[in-house]
Design a protein around this ligand. Structure first.
Ligand code: ADP
Length: 891
């Protein structure tokens, strides 16, 4: 018989070996060479954590106590794997596309990221899994005690063993599960170690089975005969229990946190489910193959009263097969440890993410930014959570004092199954709401607690009177006969009420309540996950992925920068080519690099699209939308700025054109002026030279020449006066001398000065009665305009008997004075330009410089009115419009 010391040494050696495997796998995963780590075989084997110590030891005990009912525990998962394969695929796809970290995260995510719901699921899961962990403690303690019994010299002490086992498992789980923080919550090392444990436990059970059948029983035939003769062969099937437990096992297979962890969170490729769909039922078949023979032989061989839960261990020991017993022990140890590690890991993630971290962040003022410290806090809180969870398991074990492994397991199953309605409803029914899920879960949870967990813990928690008379003395509230339904198996009774009321409440409240926008969005993402997410693309780091990443990065970072970055990464990886392997570390750095340009969320989503095969989650979309809203805001600001700039540029262009035009006008004006000056100057010079140099000029010639010189000098003076006047008016420096006066008086004066001394007779027609209008204006300037118009008529009217008609009207509330003569007028094409400087229509017969009308226009503009040419008259016609504030009132 193997001594206890050897056993402990073997145990430690085994643990160290598992550590080595986990460590090596993590190292491989970090360098990206993990193709074999991500094989469907490893995935299938990792699912075997479903088979815990309960299955390893307990199934035989279950068979010995209740006959073939133990099959239900294998039947449930088998039915799910084969019959609900598509449902699992959807679950895995949702898990990946939403990057969920636990089942609590999934439920919360589906119902609008509700943390209340996450806390509910977490609490439920912790409470439901606690008995399960106790079960593992119990099995390991029991198996130790078996070895200790045969080794009286050992230092084994019954009482404290459970505590040390719990402590050891806690350390084990902490060391395995929380060595580092992985963004995707993937633990390649742990999964590989679990796969190895799966092989060990299967081999151990098969070895014991083969030994029992051929070593003890004498072959298949005699064993079958023994089975027929034993009670197990004749056991009747309780249909209600069978259906209930099969269903429970199926539900637990999907909802157990540790199953969710390996099946969804650790899943690398949903195509792995294809192999698991047939290989996992096969694994279960092999695990269950020898259960009945071992039970039957155990019942025959072992002394009355020995614990059937330990037949797997005690039969080889009784037969003196120390080595086989050791293997069996390792098998049981593997079953228990793998379950505890993954369960503790999954639960601690939930507890830390949904309970500890929110509290910590809140205590930090709500907005702690993610830094290196936070990672340590997360790891710390996970470790503490593991310790607390293990302590709960230990206390449960101490409180209940253990029991049949199978019955403890069923309590856990029934608890965890309460998540099923919310999970399935969330996956397939868009109408499911957060309130519905919350109410359903709470009702199911309370009923399970009241009808199964508390009575299961035994005396102490539920008083005897509650058990027999019901809560508050109400008979219909008895834990084992709710609503007066009696005669049912406790498990069937509890599951029936808790799950059915849970489901009914979930559906009913969902129909009544209204989902928030985020819930509706998430609902669509979950229910139609196959429309929203990319198809299965393995995590296998292919060159193609690196190429895609390169192409994308070039677009974002610029070709040269991207190439340099990739090259540096490839060098760092010690690779040969230009392209690095898409390892997590590289992807993380690339994401940061891209994040600098396009924002973290967009970078994450883009890399996820290429590498992860996961689709963009709603969070991503919201974050991207946020960023693009910022970008749009920014670009619209830029747009506004640029349109402002272009408006300014347009204005500048216009100003420039104006300046050019003015400069051209100035040139033209100067040349005009010099031309106008030169003509009189030339004649003055010529005649003055004649006067000076010619002797003997006749007196009348002298007079004639002197007159010409005088006239030309006058003309020059007039021209200079006009030019000066115009420049003063144009520069705007003219000051107006506003006075009160009357229109007829102004006209009188103008006529006098315009016609004074003229030889040519001009007949002026007026209607004095209309001219009696009071004015407030610069009367001299106004008179100047009138004089110019009158003298123009006198100068240019080509009628034989020139007549000028001056009439005053009221046009649209404005006083106008029309000057119309009876000449041939101004040709149409010249009408628009007579107001320009130096514009002359007729040849220079009257000697004007063409500045008069230009001055009139300037004056009238200063006075607030205007002067225009009046078309449609027989002769030349000008209209002077006075501004409204010039007239005072018509008399
Ligand atoms: P100026 O100062 O040389 O008289 P204006 O600017 O007053 O020049 O007039 C410009 C031109 O308009 C004149 O050269 C003349 O040909 C034409 N014009 C002005 N008034 C009349 C009119 N009443 N009848 C015919 N032509 C006119």
């Amino acid at each position: 018989m193997a001594s206890l010391n050897v056993l402990i040494l073997v145990c430690l050696g085994y643990v160290v070996f598992l550590f080595g495997v986990a460590f090596a796998s993590d190292r491989l995963a970090a360098t990206g060479r993990i193709r074999w780590l991500r094989s469907p075989l490893i995935y299938t084997l990792s699912l075997s954590i479903y088979c815990t110590a309960w299955t390893f030891y307990g199934a035989v005990g279950y068979a010995a106590r209740s006959g073939l009912e133990f099959v239900t525990i294998y039947l449930g998962p088998t039915l799910v794997m084969i019959g609900w394969w598509w449902g699992l695929r959807k679950l895995v796809r949702v898990g990946r596309s939403q990057r969920v970290t636990s089942i609590a995260d999934l439920i919360s995510s589906r119902f609008g990221k509700s943390n209340v719901l996450a806390i509910c699921v977490t609490v439920l899961a912790v409470l439901a899994v606690t008995p399960y962990i106790a079960l593992q403690l119990q099995s390991i303690t029991l198996s130790f005690s078996i070895f200790a019994d045969g080794d009286p010299d050992g230092f084994y002490r019954e009482g404290s063993s459970a505590f040390w086992v719990a402590a050891g498992l806690a350390v084990f789980a902490i060391l395995f599960g929380t060595r580092n923080l992985d963004a995707n919550e993937r633990h390649h090392g742990v999964v590989t170690a679990i796969a190895i444990e799966a092989v060990v436990k299967l081999l151990a059970l098969l070895a014991v089975g083969v030994f029992v059948v051929w070593g003890i029983g004498g072959g298949v035939e005699p064993i079958l005969q023994r089975i027929d003769q034993s009670e197990i062969g004749t056991w009747t099937i309780d249909k209600g229990r069978w259906a209930t437990i099969t269903f429970l096992a199926a539900a637990a297979f999907v909802c157990l946190p540790r199953m969710f962890q390996v099946m969804v969170v650790e899943n690398d490729d949903e195509r792995h489910l294809r192999m698991a769909a047939w290989a996992f039922p096969l694994y279960l078949l092999l695990m269950s193959l020898f259960v009945v023979p071992i039970a039957v032989v155990g019942l025959d061989l072992m002394p009355e009263g020995s614990n059937p839960d330990l037949f797997v261990l005690t039969i080889p020991l009784a037969q003196g097969e120390g080595g086989l017993a050791m293997l069996a022990f390792l098998g049981g140890f593997s079953s228990a440890t793998s379950m505890v590690i993954v369960a503790a890991m999954a639960l601690s993630t939930m507890v830390s993410n949904h309970i500890v971290m929110p509290i910590w962040l809140y205590s930090q003022g709500g907005g702690a930014s993610v830094s290196g410290d936070v990672r340590n806090i997360v790891l710390f809180s996970r470790r503490i959570s593991i310790a607390v969870i293990m302590a709960l398991g230990y206390f449960y074990f101490v409180f209940t004092g253990g029991g049949a492994l199978a019955s403890i397991g069923l309590i856990a199953f029934a608890g965890i199954a309460q998540i099923l309605p919310a999970l399935v409803g969330g996956l397939f029914w868009r109408g499911a709401t957060r309130t519905g899920a919350l109410v359903g879960l709470t009702i199911g949870f309370v009923l399970w607690l009241y009808t199964l967990l508390l009575p299961g813990i035994g005396s102490g928690l539920l008083s005897e009177s509650v058990m027999t008379n019901g809560l508050f003395g109400w008979h219909w509230l008895r834990p084992d006969a709710l609503f007066g339904v009696t005669g049912l198996d406790p498990t069937v009774h509890s599951v029936m009420w808790s799950l059915s009321l849970n489901t009914v409440a979930f559906c009913f409240v969902s129909l009544l309540s209204f989902p928030s926008p985020l819930e509706r969005l998430q609902g669509a993402q979950f229910v139609n996950v196959f429309d929203h997410s990319a198809g299965p693309r393995g995590w296998t780091g292919s060159v193609a992925q690196s190429e895609d990443l390169m192409i994308m990065s070039q677009r974002i970072l610029g070709a040269r920068e991207a190439q340099e970055f990739f090259h540096a990464e490839a060098l760092q990886q010690g690779g040969r080519g230009v392209l690095p392997d898409p390892t997590p570390a590289f992807l993380e750095r690339l994401e940061r690099e891209l994040g600098g340009s396009v924002g973290a969320a967009a970078a994450h989503a883009m890399i996820g699209q290429i590498v992860g095969g996961s689709s963009v989650s709603v969070q991503d979309l919201l974050a991207v939308a946020d960023e693009s809203a910022q970008l749009m805001e920014y670009s619209s600001q830029l747009e506004a700025k640029s349109s402002e700039l272009s408006r300014t540029a347009h204005k500048l262009r216009e100003a420039n054109e104006k300046l050019t035009q003015i400069s051209l006008q100035k040139d033209a004006f100067l040349s005009q002026v010099s031309h106008e000056l030169r003509t009189p100057m030339t004649s003055i010079r010529a005649f003055s030279e004649i006067l000076r140099d010619t002797d003997g000029l006749l007196p009348e010639d002298k007079t004639r020449y002197a007159t010409i010189i005088h006239d030309e000098a006058l003309r020059l003076t007039r021209l200079l006066d006009d030019l000066l006047d115009l420049s003063v008016l144009e520069s705007g420096q003219v000051s107006l001398n506003l006075r009160d006066g009357r229109l007829d008086a102004v006209l009188d004066r103008a006529l006098d000065s315009a016609l004074a001394g003229s030889t040519r007779k001009l007949l002026v027609k007026r209607q004095k009665s209309t001219e009696r209008i009071a004015l407030r204006s610069d009367l001299d300037r106004l008179g100047q305009v009138f004089i110019n118009l009158i003298s123009n008529a006198q100068k240019y009217c080509d009628a034989r008997d020139p007549v000028l008609t001056i009439s005053v009207h009221d046009v649209g509330g404005q006083v106008v004075v029309d000057f119309i003569d009876n000449g041939s007028g101004i040709p149409t094409q010249a009408q628009s330009m007579v107001f320009e400087k130096f514009a002359r229509v007729s040849s220079e017969k009257a000697g004007g410089a063409g500045l008069g009308l230009a001055i009139c226009r300037e004056i009238m503009q200063r006075l607030g009115g205007n002067v225009t040419y009046l078309t449609g008259q027989s002769g030349a016609a000008f209209r002077v419009s006075l501004s409204t504030n010039q007239e005072m009132a018509a008399e």
